[in-house]
Design a protein around this ligand. Structure first.
Ligand SMILES: C[S@@+](CC[C@H](N)C(=O)[O-])C[C@H]1O[C@@H](n2cnc3c(N)ncnc32)[C@H](O)[C@@H]1O
Length: 213
């Protein structure tokens, strides 16, 4: 064991409480999503949302793509980091869930920056054109290698790709009956790819930052 801090629930609350706070609109979006029940576990965490906004601003992203939008929480965070004339293309299979997000994007004044495309993420990703500064992937986990191979072609040099849930609750190490083979294969796949630099952050369920060289 190195110098890692064990992030307990209490410490996590402290970290969120001392970082960029959720405003009323984002908090209401999270609250409405929680009313959906168990499925709301798919929500991006508040500290990840703050990181998404910060990274979007840090790299001065103007054009971004998100694969896996759900009720629009992470999209709201990315869109807020974009300039007024920036663009975020959101890809998701669900009209029902994303329509919740659309109401909050409208209220937050970011809907003009967001283009929602409904359908299969792989087909929609294959059809992306132009170049992107930032990509956030939070959809079907067995599809991560395919998404990476597509995005690496359209991300500009020094652009950033982010992949969520890459530590699979910590199950990427040790023996488990529900072994996250997809995440292990994905993590190994990008670790040996010399087109990119890779850093895995222990935030949320594991967030991998991938810089295109
Ligand atoms: C974990 S949720 C995304 C959470 C979201 N990033 C947030 O901020 O709360 C995963 C989303 O991916 C979408 N999804 C899963 N597989 C997909 C696929 N093959 N094509 C398109 N969307 C997909 C689901 O509809 C769901 O909305």
């Amino acid at each position: 064991m190195g110098n890692q801090v064990l992030v307990t629930d209490e410490l996590h609350d402290y970290m969120v409480g001392h970082g960029m706070p959720l405003d009323e609109i984002a908090a209401e979006l999270v609250a409405e999503t929680r009313q959906l029940g168990d499925i709301s576990r798919m929500l991006t965490t508040a500290d990840q949302a703050a990181l998404l906004t910060t990274l979007t601003r840090l790299i001065s992203a103007r054009r971004a793509v998100e694969i896996g939008t759900f009720t629009g929480f992470s999209a709201l965070a990315i869109a807020r980091g974009l300039p007024d004339d920036g663009q975020l293309i959101c890809l998701d299979a669900s009209q029902e869930w994303t329509s919740i997000g659309q109401r909050y994007w409208e209220r937050a004044g970011v809907s003009s920056k967001i283009e929602l495309r409904i359908g299969d993420g792989h087909e929609l990703a294959a059809a992306l054109d132009g170049s992107f500064d930032l990509a956030f992937v939070d959809a079907d986990k067995p599809g991560y290698i395919d998404y990476f191979e597509r995005l690496v072609q359209v991300i500009r040099p020094n652009g950033l790709m982010l992949f969520d849930n890459t530590l699979a609750g910590g199950r990427v190490v040790g023996e488990h009956s529900d072994d996250p083979v997809d995440r292990k294969e994905f993590n190994a796949h990008i670790a040996k790819d010399d087109r990119v630099d890779v850093v895995i952050l222990g935030i949320g369920d594991g967030l991998t930052l991938v810089r295109r060289k």
